[in-house]
Write a protein that binds this ligand. Structure first.
Ligand SMILES: NC(=O)c1ccc[n+]([C@@H]2O[C@H](COP(=O)([O-])OP(=O)(O)OC[C@H]3O[C@@H](n4cnc5c(N)ncnc54)[C@H](OP(=O)(O)O)[C@@H]3O)[C@@H](O)[C@H]2O)c1
Length: 315
């Protein structure tokens, strides 16, 4: 499909996934409005397009008029907004994962937007965490207001700026031991951020993706222990692994909740009780024509900077 000169609004385009989506759209000649609370945060994206192709637009996510202005005139809307933890009165799962996407979908329908792609997360249909429950509610709100929207449910996403592998690699730098929460048995199916962005483009292009839910996972299924082993291989650091029951992990997480960016929350411990893998009956990357990239291809490219002595140190 020729996307040149179509207009897209990307909510959360400043984020880890959103910036990759913006780059893919820009490469296809799409004119992009990056809807963000702080336009200055989107300036770094401008060199990824021609002059004037990528335009940061200020948006107050709590204000319908502001959302409608960000959506106005767009052929495509992609919602990549999400948070990992609640903080204060403004950063609430209910508002960000359910109320906001429901409002965006309603406004897209009103404005006659051709295609809406919304980011949810893998396992929300089985999860018991507040994160999962509000994400699921958000999916329902989106499909109720925009039945032709496409929902993407990725497993944990990896890539150069990810928060998952980078956080554990950073911890391995200083901590003598790392926790295996619940024995480290939870399974994940990490998916590459570049493949996730290509899935968004495919969902915009393919008519059969309308009204569908896709579960996005990569070619590797690993439990937490295996994830650490992969991390140790590419950072050249080996640490003790200490099994931590869910109850104890929740106590530890309660203390961490006072930090501005808590590395672990009680809700995240709860979400570790459910495996994060693609269901055998679900539609996935293959249905969108995307060939998944293996962890071993990408992890060494950015985890090598955590080696003792830096990225150029001998292995
Ligand atoms: N990364 C993963 O491993 C993963 C896994 C499963 C699902 N997902 C989902 O995929 C989507 C993209 O993930 P991501 O990792 O790219 O997210 P991200 O980088 O953490 O954040 C995406 C955007 O959310 C907005 N945001 C952050 N805090 C906010 C707050 N308190 N209130 C309102 N907006 C806020 C920011 O937009 P502005 O600052 O520009 O306003 C940010 O650019 C999300 O829906 C996420 O839940 C991600």
């Amino acid at each position: 499909m020729n996307m040149k000169n179509k207009i897209a609004t990307v909510f959360g385009g400043t984020g880890f996934v959103g910036r990759q989506v913006v780059r893919e759209l820009a490469a296809r000649g799409v004119i992009i409005k990056v809807a963000t609370r702080v336009p200055e945060r989107a300036y770094f994206l401008k060199p990824d397009g021609a002059v004037g192709q990528i335009v940061p637009v200020v948006c107050d996510y709590a204000d319908e008029k502001s959302l409608a202005a960000a959506i106005a005139g767009s052929d495509y809307v992609i919602n990549c907004i999400g948070v990992l933890f609640e903080k204060g009165k403004r950063q609430k799962f209910q508002k960000i994962h359910s109320d906001l996407p429901t409002a965006i979908a309603g406004l897209c329908a009103k404005a006659g937007v051709g295609r809406l792609v919304h980011f949810s997360a893998l396992g929300v249909d089985k999860g018991t965490s507040k994160y999962a429950k509000t994400k699921l509610e958000g999916e329902k709100g989106v499909l109720a207001n925009s039945p032709k929207a496409t929902i993407l449910r990725p497993s944990v996403i990896f890539g150069e700026d990810d928060s998952f592998f980078n956080m554990f690699a950073e911890m391995a730098r200083y901590a003598p031991a790392l926790p295996l929460i619940g024995g480290g048995k939870t399974k994940f199916q990490p998916v590459y951020v570049g493949d996730v962005a290509r899935a968004v483009l495919a969902a915009l292009e393919q008519p059969q993706a309308q009204g569908q839910i896709y579960e996005l996972g990569g070619p590797d299924v690993l439990n937490f222990k295996e994830i650490y082993e992969r991390l140790f291989r590419y950072t050249g650091r080996k640490r003790c692994l200490v099994s931590l029951p869910y109850g104890l992990a929740k106590v530890q997480a309660s203390f961490m909740s006072v930090l501005p960016q808590p590395p672990l929350t009680r809700d995240q411990v709860e979400s570790l009780k459910t495996d994060n893998v693609v269901s055998p009956t679900a539609q996935g990357l293959a249905d969108l024509g995307v060939l998944p990239t293996a962890l071993d291809v990408i992890l060494p490219t950015y985890l090598k900077s955590y080696r003792d002595g830096g990225r150029f140190a001998a292995q």
